[in-house]
Write a protein that binds this ligand. Sequence first.
Ligand code: NAD
Length: 499
Amino acid sequence: MKEFTHYINGEHVKGTSGRFSNVYNPATGEVLGKLPLATPAEIDAAIAKAAEAQKTWSKVNPQRRARVMMKFGALINEHMDELAELVSREHGKTLPDARGDVQRGLEVVEVCMGAPAMLKGEFMDSAGPGIDLMSMRQSLGVVAGITPFNFPAMIPLWKMAPALVCGNSMILKPSERVPSTALRLAELLTEAGLPDGVLQVVNGDKEAVDALLDNDTIQAVGFVGSTPIAQYIYGRAATNGKRAQCFGGAKNHMIIMPDADLDKAADALIGAGFGAAGERCMAISVAVPVGKETADKLIDKLVPRIEALKVGPYTSGDDVDYGPVITPASLERITGLIGSGVEQGAKLVTDGRGLTLQGYEDGYFIGPSLFDNVTKDMDIYKEEIFGPVLCNYRADSYEEALELVMDNEYGNGTAIYTADGDVARDFASRVNVGMVGINFPVPVPLSYFSFGGWKKSAFGDLNQYGPDAFKFYTKTKTVTARWFSGIKDGAAMAFKELD
Ligand code: NAD
């Protein structure tokens, strides 16, 4: 069986722990290989080498560091199809969706090509008599990135590109379910000219993560994953004196106003609810039509669209709308939650359970499910399902819909469909959610803005990528300088004692 490696000091190295986890192809259930789970000693050794490499890397001028990003971006483009295939094989998403995963990461690399402009400091001339102030942005040292399974390319790129271009070294611990894309990206960075040891990819589980959190050399931790783990990592990193930004789970709502174009709203819900089998932190999992008529019409439009969805392996080509979920445990959890929805009184309009695909009986496939008459106390409303399940919550008024979104413990993304600019403005202004879409279902900001949720969807301040990332991955030093008057007061003509 294939044995995966770590990527340390510019080369692949075998794990020494003797502990492994299997990496699966979720479309077939086939084991693709065994992944070594690093020990604290392996983590500490990788960090020590990264610290050594960072001393030189931080002194490389910003423009030259940016040139590594330029070459890296070119290599990602060149290897786009290969990277997408790696994503799809271990994650299960369709190839077009996998290319999007790589593309949205590449766009962050592109912003990092302009890093020198972002790394400039500030200067105030004559802040007082003969006094100047300047602030500079300096690298932190060695930082850690810990990433989830659902975007095997995009999220590691969101972490590594800004961290590295700011002059840091990074230890990246990708999700143990999808290690290959991060390992390949590390190879491409070496090819792009990144010095050995500046990016170390170490595979592992909680033991490896805890070793990162407890190592004094690690200055900052960037995490993306589920809310309980985000909160845990934030707490432990902070206790150990590190800066941390930890992005968590979500329950994203889309309000559909009576004046909305319902065909467009229904299409948006299908893509945002079921794309990538619902395994997106920006998936819409709750539709909130306002008024009975809107709700009835919306359901009528959703049902045929849902029935037309094609579920299958990525190898079936562009014909497939979404693939399997990530693990048998995830499949079981989603199936169980659908059962709980029925038991707790929601109306199951389409039932995706029990789907088997000929030739892929061992894959983790589940069809799309739609629930109507969902209420706040049901588990299908309270939990992040992270599967192809859309809940419909009927609201009587805009205020009730807004209150529902505001009361939810998560605050990652939300959207409103309406033809009324006034209600759209009101929604964007009042809602307590980090990313808002107006007639736009998945409002992931472009790479020169930044990404981050509110409430239990994010712990720590500063968002991911964009200008915030340059702040997160550097520390500010401010210099107040005074020069007393000197030779400019005039030439001394007489030969005399110095005073
Ligand atoms: P996860 O929390 O299970 O794992 C994320 C990372 O944490 C992995 O690298 C994993 O190895 C590590 N980890 C898991 N358990 C740990 C523990 N007990 N101690 C220390 N480390 C641990 O998340 P996942 O299942 O890989 O990803 C799905 C979740 O990520 C969803 O909740 C989704 O909403 C969220 N997500 C959030 C964003 C965002 O930006 N807010 C983006 C993508 C995904």
